[in-house]
Design a protein around this ligand. Structure first.
Ligand code: RP5
Length: 172
């Protein structure tokens, strides 16, 4: 932020804001620390999934990103089993440098929607087929998001397209 843009300019004729006794610009140590923690080679895409059992069906997303030369990370977290972890991860995602979240889940697949509720990043949902209902359960769970909380819904077991789509967003 330039001085001109600063809400509390350090110099000039403006009246200092309450609490800013002198001409010293305000220091925000928490933000500085957070920015120092962003590594140059940090991942741009977070691939999350509701269960370790989803890994085989989510691997094509990672492969597509690798082929596009885009760094990614993989985490297992569940909207139902570990909801606090999902909240923490998605709230911190943008500050950590992620640009897109790919979220795969089966059955009552709330993970993509919950992720989208906790971040402004684009979320790409992958409905995963299970033992019953042929994936129709997770497809509807991912696709039928309420207005204002968008999730890009891929095909059932469409993890490859999730990776390709994430690469297209990042390469815009
Ligand atoms: C969902 O429930 C997961 O995404 C997984 O697809 C499904 C079943 O989970 P497991 O019982 O295999 O761990 O939350």
């Amino acid at each position: 932020m330039t001085e001109a843009e600063s809400p509390t300019p350090a110099t000039g004729t403006d009246v200092p804001s309450p609490g800013s006794a002198g001409a010293e610009p305000e220091v925000m140590p928490d933000v500085e620390t957070a920015f120092e923690e962003i590594e140059v080679d940090s991942p741009l895409v977070g691939i999350i999934m509701g269960s370790a059992n989803d890994k085989p069906k989510m691997q094509p997303a990672g492969k597509a990103l690798e082929e596009a030369g885009i760094r990614y990370e993989v985490r297992v977290m569940s909207a139902h089993r570990t909801p606090e972890l999902v909240t923490e991860y998605c709230k911190a995602a943008q500050m950590r440098g992620l640009k897109v979240i790919i979220a795969g889940a089966g059955m009552s697949a709330a993970l993509p929607g919950v992720a989208a509720a906790h971040t402004s990043l684009p979320v790409i949902g992958v409905p995963i087929s299970g033992k019953n209902l042929g994936g129709m359960d997770s497809l509807l769970s991912v696709a039928q998001m309420p207005p204002g909380v968008p999730v890009a819904c891929m095909a059932v077991d469409g993890a490859k397209n999730a990776g390709v789509y994430a690469a297209r967003i990042i390469n815009l």
